[in-house]
Write a new protein. Structure first.
Length: 681
């Protein structure tokens, strides 16, 4: 995490800036760090931002030209599209894919829609029209739509909230519908979504039957749908779903008592007893129904510790943040802050990923952060970006943008190969050489997450508020938006994250006064800010330089961020990192791979005073800055027939060590990899 930020004045005319956190008087709702509702931030639409940098633009292009096709082929091959034809009565056969297969197609639609928003493509547009027509044909007259339930267990409609994922799939439908509508202006999928949302409202709206989601996600999606349609009922429904969590007995338990636990349903082609799910996640102690797995153990306003399945948690926390944005409720905001502290101060990897445990795909105890068995699901890493982006929009605080960037450039970026057709479900921080990405999974949520996330990246780069424009991420791009004072275009030029020089050209349609807020990252010890080549002394508020002036075409802001190589230590209670360091340069965490190092990585040590050389290598992993340094290699002892033996204290041998960004590890075949390297103190 970022350390304290200070203000320095250099010997030159430049002003060296670091982070100073501003304070403000408590608001009427006693949430003193929330921005006033009228001045909260909103992201620029995806279509308003054109990315052309050397790090993300190639990944977006691979996603557009390779990943989307690959993912759709896999969905079609496993029956995920044909399910809708079967549900519509236009085909016969068995249900294909996992029981939440609908959600993966919806996520593909969202990714394809965001792609259309920035890259018009008549063929892709027509393909979407055809798929949406097949989805609409499967919808029942009252609006219900879930092909697994419709085909396999129609009598269990809305009777197994904990595991059937009707809500989870519906949420992804709502998000896909909003994306498709915003990208194309068409309401074909939006009509399907609102019909289903209206059914949820009739069944489970405020004052109606109890309902909570087993896999959260519908809550944040309902807020999106409410904003896109102007229908307040969807926002009220999201609030009701969140407010109902933590009842005793749980709604999940009440439903379980009404189900036949010995009834089997098809799961990936095999019969699975309904009771097995509950026994694994909720009934490990048969006498106690424990719903921490789905964050249902306490009312949300009393939750202070991140527990359970990591993706479920992130989606719930996103929904909570959305309600704070709309309602300005202090207790909900206090819970959100406590949960953020729980995650980022006790339960987050140095890469910004979360979830150490395979068993629950999520959180365990404070400081339990193993490296080789790190779960760090790609879906959870992407959800960390979603959550921290929302918290930033509520506060204008760079501490949330810093975490968003940390997750984005490391955990998320590592989730897909450079070729765009191999993915991580689990993303470890160390490997003995047997880990590799896969083209698909029986549970394919992570490939479809990548397919929808990368095309939507533009919305995280810039934000706007009542007083101006915010630059959150340093990604070479052009963006045009309308502020309260008029229209403005910004053009960001940078080779970030390979170097820290950023130029922002400001082009208003006419001379206009507003504030340009530029983030000063917490990892940058001494950033330098200039306007039109001259040093400035802007106010630093919550990690952002606030530059207010009358802007005219031709004005530029230059930010210089020192790209120092830093050694990071883990908290003393994180046992797997003791005696080790991780290496960071700018926003990037680095890893050591066998492909670059002739020594076995479990025999090398990084001396305390070793210096690093940073060099851009255009031929390595698509072009990256690699780090080289001099390390020490201990002689490998002979352990044949031995479990313990006297320590070998013979002198170590000097060896050159090379590190590459964690974001690109595993793209050159199998081999050892470590993020945390032994260090001599």
């Amino acid at each position: 995490m970022a350390g304290p930020r200070s203000l320095f004045r250099s010997a030159t005319a430049f002003i060296v800036l670091a982070v100073l956190l501003s304070t403000k008087a408590p608001t009427a709702d006693n949430a003193s760090d929330l921005l006033p509702a009228a001045n909260r931030l909103s992201p620029l639409p995806v279509a308003a931002v054109k990315i052309h940098d050397t790090f993300w633009a190639p990944r977006q292009e691979v996603n557009r030209t390779r990943t989307l096709d690959h993912v759709l082929q896999q969905i079609e091959g496993t029956g995920g599209l044909r399910n809708f034809d079967i549900a519509a009565g236009k085909a016969t056969g068995k249900f294909g894919g996992p029981f939440w297969a609908d959600s993966d197609l919806y996520k593909w639609i969202e990714g394809a829609s965001w792609t259309l928003a920035t890259h018009p493509d008549p063929a892709l547009d027509a393909k979407l029209d055809g798929i949406i027509a097949r989805i609409a044909a499967a919808q029942q007259p009252d609006g219900y739509l879930d092909t697994f339930v419709q085909i396999n267990v129609p009598d269990l409609r809305f009777k197994n909230f904990a595991f059937f994922h009707e809500d989870f799939s519906s949420g992804h439908l709502f998000e896909a519908a909003v994306a498709h509508y915003q990208a194309t202006g068409k309401k074909t999928l939006l009509t399907v979504a609102t019909r289903l949302a209206d059914l949820f409202d009739r069944e489970f709206g405020p004052g109606r039957k109890d309902y909570i989601s087993g896999h959260e996600g519908i809550e944040l999606a309902l807020v999106k749908l409410s904003r896109a349609t102007g229908e307040k009922r969807y926002l009220d429904l999201a609030e009701a779903m969140i407010d109902r969590r933590g009842q005793k007995p749980s709604i999940f338990e009440r439903q379980f008592r009404e189900l036949d636990p010995n009834r089997t349903v098809d799961f990936l082609g095999k019969p699975l007893r309904i009771g097995e799910w509950y026994e694994r996640f909720y009934l490990k102690d048969p006498k106690k129904f424990d719903t921490r797995y789905a964050q249902d153990h306490l009312p949300v306003r009393e939750q202070k510790e991140a527990v359970g399945h990591a993706v479920r948690a992130m989606f719930l926390y996103c929904g909570m943040a959305d309600l704070v944005y709309e309602k300005s409720e202090a207790r909900l905001w206090d819970a959100s802050k406590a949960l953020h502290d729980s995650v980022t101060l006790h339960r987050m990897y140095v890469t910004g990923g979360i979830g150490p445990s395979e068993h629950n795909e999520g959180f365990t105890d404070d400081y339990d952060l193993p490296n080789e068995t790190a779960y760090q699901e790609t879906c959870a890493s992407a959800a960390m970006v979603l959550w921290n982006h929302r918290l930033f929009n509520l506060t204008g605080d760079a501490k949330y943008t810093d975490v968003m960037e940390q997750s984005l450039y490391n955990a998320v970026a590592a989730g897909v190969s450079l070729s765009g057709d191999l993915f991580c479900y689990v993303t470890p921080l160390a490997s003995r050489g047997d880990f590799k990405r896969s083209p698909w999974f029986g549970v394919p949520c992570c490939p479809t997450t990548i397919a929808r996330f990368l095309p939507s990246l533009g919305q995280y780069i810039y934000s706007r508020s009542a007083d101006g424009l915010w630059v959150n991420l340093f990604i070479a791009s052009d963006a045009t938006t309308k502020l309260d004072t008029g229209q403005v275009t910004v053009r960001q030029s940078t080779n970030y994250p390979w170097d820290g020089d950023v130029k922002i050209a400001v082009e208003p349609d006419a001379p206009r006064e507003f504030t340009l807020h530029v983030r000063l990252p917490g990892w940058a010890s001494a950033p330098v800010v200039q306007v039109n080549g001259a040093a400035v002394t802007p106010e630093i508020s919550r990690g952002y330089a606030a530059i207010r002036r009358q802007w005219k075409k031709g004005d530029t802001v230059q930010i210089s961020l020192p790209m120092e190589v830093q050694r990071l230590a883990g908290h003393p209670k994180v046992l797997p990192t003791q005696g080790k360091v991780a290496v960071r340069r700018g926003p990037l965490i680095y890893s050591f791979e066998q492909a670059d190092n002739r020594a076995a990585l479990d025999t090398v040590v990084l001396p305390q005073h070793a210096t690093f050389k940073a060099q851009f290598d255009p031929n390595l992993a698509g072009g990256v800055v690699k780090l080289t340094t001099e390390g020490l290699m201990h002689k490998g002892a002979d352990w044949t027939g031995r479990l313990y033996q006297p320590l070998d204290v013979s002198p170590a041998t000097p060896v050159t060590l090379t590190a590459v960004p964690y974001a690109v590890w595993g793209n050159r075949g199998l081999g050892q990899m470590i993020v945390w390297i032994d260090s001599s103190m």
